[in-house]
Each structure stands twice: as structure tokens, then as C-alpha cells.
Write a protein of this length. Structure first.
Length: 186
């Protein structure tokens, strides 16, 4: 132990720093969620989805249970002034006007693409596309602000019908890339 005091102190600090790094949640496996990214197969996707739909928080953000809970969360997060502005927009254009702001916030933070308990709730109501989910919630929230009944079933049916109609139009306007006739072997 004839090392200079400075060298011994530096070694102690280096050891302490290394210990702190290795035990901190940022660098340890214990504090991390399971690795994100695309699933490697359908079974892995389903396993992740089933796990996600049971959690009340994803990435540190509270996920609403149902539409009523979502409206309460939006009330907490949206200022009184902004609620008044939303309320002033006509219902037939509110989703279109707020989709790129509020809608994108919901899609990202409430994990509509990856799956969450709220997106699972919306899927069970019949709304399955993330953009439709966001618009559905925006219209429901607008009705909530006006004190109108939300009419979840009717609103969900209207979104399903819009999707079905868009699909049919896409089929009609689709272009055939290649067509062939095969001869049968007798």
C-alpha cells in the first residue's frame, strides 16, 4: 500500500462509479422493459399483445380503461381554453381538424398500433384501425364536452361502414397487374 494517496482515491472513485453504473436501472436489465421492435413471428406478436393489453401504463404513460376513462384523461390533460376551442368546432369536422394533433398524440401515447388495453377496448367495440380509433375518440370526446350521449355502438358501426366502403372503392378502382389463363391437363 505504498501507492500515492491520489492514485488510491482515483481507484476508489473509479470502482464506485463502475458499481453505480452497473447497478443503475438505466444500464441494468432489471429496470428495462422487454425489447421493443417488430415481433419475429405471429406467436411472439400475440404474446406481446396479450401482455400489453393487461397493463395500465405503457412507457410510463397511463392507458385509459374505456371511453369514459379516456374522456376523463383528456379533461385532465387539455386546458379549459383548449376545451372551449374544441367545443366550438362542429362535430362533422372536429375529427378532421384535430386528427394531426390530438389524434396523433393518442395514437402514439395510448399505443394504438402496438396494442394497449384501450386499443383492445376500441377493437372490441368494432373500431380496428388506429387512425379510426383516434377519430372515434375525438368525436366521442366532442360529444362528451357537449353533454351529448356518445352512442358508442352507432359510432363504431359508422366507422366500420366507412372502412368497408373505402375497401370496396379500392377494389373497383384497382388495376390488374397480370392476368393469365391456364389450360387444364386431361
Amino acid at each position: 500500500m505504498n501507492q500515492p494517496l491520489f492514485k488510491r482515491t482515483a481507484q476508489k472513485w473509479a470502482t464506485l462509479f463502475t458499481f453505480a453504473l452497473l447497478t443503475s436501472p438505466v444500464f441494468s436489465q432489471a429496470g428495462q422493459e422487454k425489447p421493443e421492435g417488430p415481433a419475429n413471428n405471429e406467436a411472439e406478436f400475440q404474446a406481446r399483445y396479450q401482455e400489453r393489453i393487461t397493463k395500465d401504463r405503457l412507457h410510463g404513460i397511463y392507458i385509459p380503461r374505456n371511453l369514459e376513462d379516456a374522456c376523463q384523461q383528456l379533461n385532465k390533460n387539455i386546458s379549459e381554453e383548449s376545451r372551449a376551442k374544441i367545443k366550438a368546432i362542429p362535430e362533422d369536422s372536429v375529427a378532421q381538424l384535430l386528427h394531426d394533433r390530438l389524434g396523433r398524440w393518442m395514437i402514439t401515447n395510448w399505443c394504438f398500433y402496438e396494442g394497449s388495453r384501450f386499443s383492445h377496448y376500441l377493437r372490441s367495440a368494432g373500431v380496428s384501425y388506429p387512425d379510426d380509433m383516434a377519430d372515434f375518440v375525438i368525436i366521442a370526446y366532442h360529444r362528451h364536452l357537449h353533454g351529448k350521449p356518445i352512442e358508442i355502438k352507432e359510432l363504431a358501426i359508422s366507422y366500420r361502414e366507412k372502412r368497408k366502403q373505402a375497401y370496396q372503392e379500392e377494389l373497383k378502382s384497382g388495376k390488374i397487374l397480370h392476368e393469365e389463363t391456364r389450360k387444364r391437363k386431361n
